[in-house]
Design a protein around this ligand. Structure first.
Ligand code: 9MR
Ligand code: ZN
Length: 570
């Protein structure tokens, strides 16, 4: 475990020689600000496990660094010493898995503990002889219910243009009505730890949430969420989606093109509450990338809302078609403005965005020219294992493969189906062989926790076209949740307010600026971003560290998708 320097230490020199620290991995103490003990204390909580828990019938694994040993699972009965708590699995202490090395965390010897065969609901922990224990976790069919609600509160808390207030774990989180001059594009979600609103990323996040609706409607439609629209006869899940859609529709110009972003020229200071953010904001000029993402998600939303809000659906469809027509008349990319606005989300090609739009326009309207555009472009797109706002092609492929419209080319359907199965099989193999179950192995990037969560869209979509491997893909998807909720180098949950030792200091302005000590709940932090030689170790639970500890809608949305997949069926 490398010693690292950090920018801000919260530890008082005298008080922290034994205390666990938000800046250090599980079991390791902060000796002085920024310096963690090199080795976790033996006998402490050092075994890394998904502290949220497991569904019966899914794989259950934990990981620790240290020598080979034996393990048992004990019931969490509140014993003073582990020996006081009853052993529930296995009958005799079990062998841990073989020694592995973890290249991305630089740990020379780690072992995996497998207790997949324990399926009795209850609260437990792992005890590895001579090494230590894990956090408590539950086995039960409802373990992902609370995290799902938290993740949806995360989206609700991001609402712009309105006052927001909700309770979580005996605390009230609130902000006043903000950015009321965003007209005609009021509302929507703030993007991340900042208050900008970006068409590309905002469409991408909404697109993933609408896909969750398509796939798990049975699990979502009766879920009651803490949204003000609770009694409007529309599923609360769609109310949250509709809030974002309303904003997006306001971003379209009369000619069908869509503004690339609505931000100020600079980010607000970190201590700014949304309602105190008064810097002048404006709608940027249009880009073809934004126009295409808008066309795609508005077309998708039109299908979803037809049944619940026909007027909104019609508006969305009309707007989508108008944006699509603008794209047909403007085949050369139009770039977003190079200055005067915050944020990245630019510089990449608009072809993947047009590709996604073609699939959604076809599926919503049956337009054969859009089908032809998709199928022609499909030659240059593959299913991506690791994808983000700059490659949205997968969303088009998922929609195309599930299409209920006539006229698809069988050869394209077959090729893309195989590509999807291949991608899922590769990701599953990587997850099965990585010591912490990561589907992306030793790949890291900015917002990688979101990228990890996004692999669950590939797993689940593949499970729907490849029934023979469906169990394997769904298992790999639940393993990703396990990684994000604690089976990682830190042994900590990466989502605020959920699981054991969650982040306390996200780069999130409302969490920093309000008077509540706890951060706003339900937010997935970006996680370790690229750095050599041990990228897994570079996350810092530090609000100044936007490269590893920011939160963002395109990271929460795929987590919502993954959690939706594992909600109980009514
Ligand atoms: O998520 C984005 C990441 O992929 C980029 O590498 C990074 C730097 O360009 O920007 C991230 O997006 C940020 C956006 O530009 C502004 N709001 C906060 C986003 C998350 O950090
Ligand atoms: Zn706002």
């Amino acid at each position: 475990m490398p010693l690292r320097t950090i920018i801000l230490g919260s530890c008082l020199l005298l008080a922290c020689d034994t205390a666990e620290s938000p800046h250090c991995p599980l079991g390791s103490a902060e000796l002085q600000p920024g310096v963690c003990t090199a080795t976790p204390k033996a006998g402490g909580v050092v075994v890394r496990v998904n502290s949220v828990g497991f569904l019966p019938g899914t794989p259950k694994q934990a990981t620790y660094a240290g020598p080979a040993s034996t393990f048992v699972i004990r019931r969490a009965d509140g014993g003073k010493k582990p020996e006081d708590d009853p052993v529930v699995f296995p009958d005799m202490p079990g062998d841990v898995g073989p020694a592995l090395s973890a290249s991305d965390s630089g740990e020379p010897e780690v072992h995996v503990v497998d207790f997949s065969d324990l399926n009795v609901p209850g609260e437990y922990y792992v005890a590895v002889d001579g090494v230590g224990t894990s956090e408590h976790f539950r086995i039960g069919s409802d373990v992902f219910v609370e995290p799902f609600h938290a993740a949806m509160l995360g989206m609700y808390g991001w609402r712009c243009g309105t006052a927001v207030s909700f309770d979580w774990q005996d605390q009230t989180f609130a902000h006043g009505a903000c950015h009321l001059h965003d007209d005609p594009a009021l509302g929507g979600w703030h993007d991340a730890g900042d208050y900008g609103k970006y068409t590309n990323n905002g469409s991408f996040a909404l697109g993933m949430m609408l896909l969750a609706w398509d796939h798990f409607r049975d699990r979502l439609e009766d879920v009651v969420l803490a949204v003000p629209e609770q009694d409007n006869g529309i599923p609360d899940y769609l109310d949250e989606c509709s809030y974002q859609l309303g904003w997006l529709l306001g971003m379209q110009y009369d000619d069908g093109s869509v503004s690339d972003r609505l931000t100020a020229a600079n980010f607000d200071p970190l201590t700014t509450m949304p309602e105190a953010s008064t810097a002048l904001r404006s709608m940027s000029s249009a880009s073809t990338k934004a126009t295409a993402d808008f066309a795609a998600v508005a077309a998708h939303a039109a299908r979803v809302f037809r049944e619940f809000d026909p007027d909104l659906a019609q508006r969305a469809e009309g707007a989508a078609v108008k944006a699509w027509q603008f794209l047909l008349a403007n085949t050369a990319p139009i770039q977003p403005p190079a200055s005067g606005f915050t944020g990245s989300y630019s510089g990449d090609s608009d072809l993947d965005d047009r590709f996604w739009a073609a699939a959604e326009i076809f599926e919503t309207t049956g337009d054969k020219d859009a089908l032809a555009a998709f199928e022609n472009a499909s030659k240059t797109f593959n299913v991506a294992a690791n994808w983000d706002w700059d490659n949205v092609a997968n969303l088009g492929i998922f929609t195309y493969l599930a299409s209920t419209q006539d006229g698809r080319d069988d050869a394209v359907v077959t090729r893309l189906t195989l590509a999807l199965e291949n991608s899922a099989a590769n990701l599953a193999m990587t997850a099965e062989t990585h010591p912490y179950g990561r589907s992306l192995g030793a790949y890291y990037n900015w917002g990688v926790n979101g990228t990890i969560a996004r692999t669950t869209l590939v797993f689940v979509t593949a499970s729907r076209v490849d029934p023979d491997n469906s169990r394997r893909y769904l298992d790999a998807a639940s393993t990703q949740l396990g990684h994000l909720f604690g089976r990682n180098y830190y042994g900590r949950s990466f989502m605020t307010g959920v699981g054991a030792k969650p982040p306390l200091h996200p780069h999130h302005r409302p969490s920093i600026a309000d008077s509540v000590e706890q951060p706003w709940p339900g937010l997935l932090v970006g996680g370790p971003s690229k750095s050599d030689p041990a990228p897994a170790t570079v996350w810092q639970d530090d609000s100044a560290d936007y490269t590893s500890n920011e939160v963002a809608i395109n990271w929460n949305a795929p987590l919502i998708y993954a959690l939706a997949a594992f909600q109980p069926t009514p």
